[in-house]
Design a protein around this ligand. Structure first.
Ligand SMILES: *Cc1c(COP(=O)(O)O)cnc(C)c1O
Length: 375
């Protein structure tokens, strides 16, 4: 475990981002996606705060393990919990019935089993269709069979959903998005014609919401945007949509040593020659903390100056070098932020240089880094 490197979570900024999400979603209810340890921000404290302070009452997990962790750690909080992909209807039945966890049914085999079980009679039916993403979801070819099964069992749909493969691209112009919207509408029309009631529906993840996609759904399912970044595609130098969320997390680390190096000095494992002459600072963070070797070459604004990650990132340490005379020199024991609310373009620089998506940058931050909560 680290002590001086840590991920500081600014809960007041989560609140700020949620206010913006509410504005964009125009009164629709929020299913806050908290899979993968709340995108690395800490599952339990994030849900605790979102439920108690932000009054969000429904959360989405990927796996049964995440859902059970929330139920066990937050026993007194009466929130709704949906598990999207990794569960087993037979093995996890007890948890669905007694711990109030709702599975999203996304294949015919599970649907048949669900409808055949008398014990699931009073469990809400959440259905997810594959409208064109081809990951998880009932296929369009199973639409008629689904309708017949539901009618034969006299069941309605409590929540209908689908997920976009290209929500970071133009929702109106991208052909895959257009096809998915068309398929969604076909599902709604078919259900209606069959006289099947659909109580709730959700379509939008962050990308859909940022593009203000709205058809007839009652809920939105934001994940990434709640934590700050938009993840939207950049076209002609401009990000699609207008998301002005701020990073909730701040990755703090410290300077463990500094020295001056001439151009060409071999730095670290493999001895990569240093690109300039100038001050080097060794940071107490490395790939053991989730700052991978692909961070080499990333430029970062630190204390008003521009710095560059030089040499190969090692397990415990990373070398940065001052690129120019802007900003200050660093000293031993200085505390610095690699990204955060006040240095939000660093996060974008990291994504750009490492070619990682923001989701991956967050999820890579390892358990060695303590999460601490402010606000
Ligand atoms: C992860 C996920 C979301 C949230 O996606 P973001 O891009 O993080 O907003 C929404 N819906 C489903 C089904 C998901 O798996």
């Amino acid at each position: 475990m680290r002590k001086r490197s840590r991920l500081k979570i600014h809960l007041n900024i989560l609140k700020e981002n949620f206010q913006k999400v509410k504005k964009l979603s125009e009164g629709k209810k929020t299913i806050f996606m908290v899979k993968a340890n709340a995108y690395g921000h800490g599952l339990v404290p994030i849900v605790d705060y979102a439920f108690q302070t932000l009054k969000i009452d429904t959360f989405g997990c990927a796996s049964m393990g995440e859902a059970m962790c929330l139920r066990n750690e937050l026993v007194d909080l009466n929130f709704n919990l949906i598990v999207f992909s990794d569960f087993n209807l037979e093995e996890d039945a007890e948890a669905f019935l007694n711990r109030r966890i709702v599975p999203v049914i996304s294949n015919i085999r599970d649907l048949k089993y669900f409808l055949s079980q008398d014990q699931f009679r009073f469990l809400p039916l959440y259905l997810k269709f594959n409208t064109g993403m081809y990951r998880l979801g009932l296929p369009m070819s199973a639409l008629d069979e689904t309708i017949n099964l539901l009618k034969s069992k006299n069941r309605h749909v409590d929540h209908l959903m689908t997920h976009f493969a290209n929500a970071t691209l133009d929702i109106k112009l991208n052909s895959q998005n257009k096809r998915q919207i068309k398929n969604y509408q076909q599902i709604r029309d078919s259900f209606k014609q069959a006289g099947l009631k659909v109580n709730e529906a959700s379509l939008c993840n962050s990308g859909g919401l940022i593009q203000k996609l709205s058809i007839d759904e009652t809920h939105v399912r934001p994940g990434l945007m709640m934590y700050g970044p938009s993840g939207m595609a950049i076209i002609d130098g401009k990000e699609i949509g207008e998301w002005d969320g701020r990073p909730v997390s701040e990755l703090e680390t410290c300077v463990v040593d500094t020295f001056y190096a001439e151009k060409g000095t071999p730095i670290g494992y493999g001895g990569s020659p240093c690109p300039y002459a100038g001050q080097i600072a060794i940071l107490g963070i490395g790939y053991g903390d989730g700052i991978g070797t692909n961070y080499s070459g990333v430029e970062l604004k630190i204390k008003g100056g521009l710095w560059k990650i030089v040499g190969r990132v090692s397990m415990d340490m990373t070398a940065i070098q001052r690129v120019d005379e802007s900003g200050e020199e660093l000293k031993i024991n200085d505390r610095i932020s690699l990204w955060g609310p006040e240095a939000s373009d660093n996060f974008a620089r990291i994504c750009r240089k490492t070619k990682m998506i923001p989701y991956e940058v967050f999820c890579n931050i390892s358990n060695r880094i303590p999460r601490i909560y402010a606000g």
